[in-house]
Design a protein around this ligand. Structure first.
Ligand SMILES: [Zn+2]
Length: 366
């Protein structure tokens, strides 16, 4: 490595008379975590969620967001991911009129600034609960986006009272301000609530190709295969990235349903049809997901286990924003995992060393 770049990758030279020592670590591209909720992380939860609506309701209570500790909790989340091999992360920051302690941007913006030497953090304005169809709020959002307070616009239109209008408003904000879109879409198993086709029409008519991510897409797991494939082909054609979050998808849906559908978007089908797929941690120890781990390898393990993502290159690529392996000439952002095989790394999740531009930025074990 030289000047922050990988200059060459070659076999270790054999020293005369001595065998080459066994490798101790796997080297892979550093992780790019695509989907977090840093403002909610580690607030805890009274009990595991029974559904997405149940988690939203519990999260809307004052104890679902504790303003005093927000910066400390967000820093802990990003630092944990850094130690676990991530050098990039994207966080959705709650943003709606009745939020407790709104706006949350100041706090998250400060954390982003404090960590910028070791981690590239993108913040998404997570405009929920009808923010996007409120004229005054939309104007405020437009100002915030134009000022660069958030790098992307998002929301969860399936939970708004006028879902299509929310989608149009979000896409319009992207056109006006030049930011990209990352929208929680079809995080449901009810085919009557499908919004993806309308969202694809909007991406096409507003020429937002290559600038939009769809997060969750749980409904794709419950539609007939033909319909799923045709949506996947449209997504591929419009350069949509799909962010899957196996932890919350698996826990939030079908509680107490006999023969539950598992709400996980069909990862292999999407990749087969040419869609970019990324795997994210999503919620950490909050009302949506009670587990305190924030580890891309755990998410990869779940995707392999629950989504049959067996191909190593596909799996690494989905954790590293499309980088399936280390390559000469690329930035020396890498993760060294103390394991012999990828399955060992995924299931044991041992200690690692994180490097950004050739410099060690974190090391140790969790
Ligand atoms: Zn989310």
């Amino acid at each position: 490595m030289r000047r922050g770049l990988i200059t060459d990758i070659k076999p270790a030279p054999a020293r005369s008379g001595r065998p080459v020592s066994e490798p101790s670590h796997l080297a892979m591209p550093s992780f790019a975590e695509p989907h977090l909720h840093p403002d909610r992380a580690y607030v805890g939860s009274p009990r595991p969620p029974r559904s997405l609506d149940d988690a939203i309701e519990a999260g809307a209570r004052p104890e679902g967001y504790v303003a005093d500790t927000a910066a400390e909790r967000a820093r802990r989340l990003f630092s944990t991911l850094l130690a676990n091999g991530a050098t990039r992360a994207r966080g959705h920051v709650g943003c709606h009129p009745e939020h407790v302690a709104a706006p949350r941007w100041e706090v998250m913006g400060e954390v982003r600034e404090q960590m910028k030497k070791v981690m590239e953090i993108e913040l998404v304005a997570f405009a929920v609960l009808d923010t996007l169809t409120d004229r005054e709020e939309t104007l405020r959002l437009q100002g915030d986006l134009s000022m660069g307070r958030y790098q992307l616009i998002g929301g969860s239109p399936n939970h708004d009272s006028r879902p299509s209008e929310s989608i149009s408003s979000m896409m319009e904000l992207a056109v006006r301000t030049g930011v990209d879109v990352d929208v929680h879409i079809d995080e449901t198993l009810d085919p009557a609530r499908l919004l993806m086709d309308f969202a694809l029409d909007e991406v096409e008519s507003r020429h937002l190709e290559g600038r939009v991510s769809f997060s969750h897409c749980c409904l794709l797991s419950a539609l007939p295969e033909q319909q799923t494939r045709s949506l996947a082909r449209r997504m591929a054609g419009l350069g949509i990235t799909v962010n899957c979050q196996p932890r919350t998808n698996l826990i939030l849906h079908e509680y107490r349903v006999h023969s539950p559908r598992r709400a996980l978007a069909p990862i292999n089908l999407l990749i087969d049809e040419g869609v970019h797929v990324r795997l994210g941690v999503d919620n950490v120890d909050d009302t949506f997901c009670p587990f305190p781990t924030a580890d891309p390898l755990e998410v990869g393990y779940l995707a392999r286990l629950a989504g049959h993502l067996y191909d190593d290159f596909r799996l690494i690529s989905s954790l590293s924003d499309g980088r399936p392996a280390l390559r000469s000439g690329e930035r020396a952002d890498l993760t060294l995992v103390e394991a012999n095989t990828l399955n060992e790394a995924l299931s044991l999740r041992p200690g690692r060393i994180t490097m950004k531009e050739g410099v060690v930025v974190a090391s140790g074990s969790n």
